[in-house]
Design a protein. Structure first.
Length: 344
């Protein structure tokens, strides 16, 4: 399936399929203005989830050119690839337990609170099953980031939230995540050779192994970065939209020119890419460039066969944040995207 990218860009290499990723909200079913502030300008945008008192803020990231990868020496991070990234909003924080609970528990949600009261399609309201083990290891609750969920679960939530709010919300690609991280962390492009210097720079903005006391922390208890984002590095690592492929950058570089909005479309269930490091990470690993692959070890306490699509029983250090690209897609293109990433 081929769908257009922003600027009708042609992707390179057969391993990266073209897919329409640009979107912000459905133009046919916009939420009431009381739900959203400044939603038509590139300014911080507050969105209240209809039918609740839970809200989240989106921070604008102006598009431009950059270099994906490079800096770190191992093969999975080389070579650096010139990229062009379209403008988008990114969530100020990782998705909270409070917000995810509205999706997880059916009694906290109602079709009457959807945009225009629209009833969601059956497959769009699948709810997370009850986990056999506590995926948060007791480190969840109001004010904390939701953790221990799979990438598929995060995408199901994103689809539900898109239907609730009228915005097209999704996980960021690796390239978008890295671009946003670098926009607010000028020192975050590589692991510093002087570990003490990096520690001093990150000590006020990030939770990592040396200051976290080996546990998850509430959202927003560190300072913002220069872009206004909270916890983009540390506390919990964050799912991206990409399959993990250590040859991704090498494949992209074959074009010899800047690649527009690259995405490594998944062709198998594992592994996927997470970014940002966590409260368990060494400070030297808190880099905007650092990539990490998901692992089946994150499900080792799950007794089910097959393993849960919703929960990772052993990744209390992985969460996610959402983005909303600025250029709106058509309803047909949105449906094609969800069918591709969720199956069916």
């Amino acid at each position: 399936m081929k769908l257009r990218l922003t600027y009708m860009a042609t992707m390179v290499t057969v391993s990266i399929a073209p897919i329409f990723l640009s979107a912000c909200r459905s133009t046919s079913s916009a939420p009431d203005v009381s739900e959203i502030e400044a939603h038509d300008s590139l300014s911080p945008t507050k969105i209240r989830i209809p039918g609740s008192d839970v809200s989240f803020t989106m921070i604008p990231i102006a598009g431009g050119q950059g270099v994906l990868g490079g800096e770190l020496s191992d093969s999975a991070h080389q070579p650096g690839v010139p990229v062009e990234i379209s403008s988008f909003w990114i969530a100020e924080t990782e998705t909270s337990y409070d917000a995810f609970a509205l999706f997880r528990f059916r009694d906290r949600d109602s079709d009457s609170t959807n945009v225009d009261g629209k009833k969601l399609e059956v497959d769009a309201v699948a709810r997370p099953s009850t986990p056999y083990e506590d995926p948060s290891h007791g480190m969840d609750g109001a004010g904390f980031p939701v953790v221990g969920i799979t990438q598929w679960s995060a995408l199901q939530y994103a689809r539900w939230l898109s239907e609730k709010t009228g915005w097209f919300l999704r996980l960021p690609t690796e390239a978008e995540w890295e671009y946003a991280c670098l926009a607010g962390n000028e020192f975050g492009n590589s692991s510093a050779t002087d570990g003490s210097d990096l520690k001093s720079r990150l000590s006020t903005t990030a939770w990592f192994s040396e200051n976290s006391e080996d546990h998850l922390h509430m959202i927003g208890t560190r300072d913002r970065d220069a872009s206004g984002l909270l916890d983009i590095l540390g506390n919990v690592a964050e799912w991206t939209l990409d399959q993990y492929d250590e040859n991704f950058y090498k494949d992209l570089s074959a074009s010899g020119s800047a690649v527009v909005d690259p995405w490594r479309e998944p062709s198998k269930l594992h592994p996927r890419t997470v970014r940002g490091g966590s409260y368990q990470s060494d400070v030297a690993d808190l880099s905007c460039k650092q990539r990490e692959e998901s692992s089946m070890r994150w499900k080792r306490r799950d007794p089910q066969i097959p393993k849960s699509f919703w929960w990772n029983t052993d990744s209390p250090f992985v969460g996610f944040r959402l983005i909303a690209p600025v250029d709106p897609p058509s309803a047909e293109e949105q449906a094609a995207f969800w069918g591709l990433v969720l199956g069916g």
